[in-house]
Design a protein. Sequence first.
Length: 101
Amino acid sequence: ELGKESLALVHSQVFHNNRKALQIYESMFQNQETEYGIGHLNCANILGKMSVIFIEQHELGKAVKCLERVLECQISHLGREHEDVMNTKLSIAKVKQLASR
């Protein structure tokens, strides 16, 4: 999976091919979900990376959906008061604010 993640980053950051990067991340997400289950933190990590691409593409609704799923995973594994949970909540608020402009 690390090789796929590197490949996705190259497509996104070097070739600026976000569509291909999203395809790779979606494949990774499906593999992780099958292997570990829906709410695993590995899945949340991939969804977080997908949300960044959606933000770059100005697909803010999709970004919020990814981040909300990240939040669910984090709360389930880390608890409501964890710093990562607070950061994700802040990210969701910022993306929603961008979307309302």
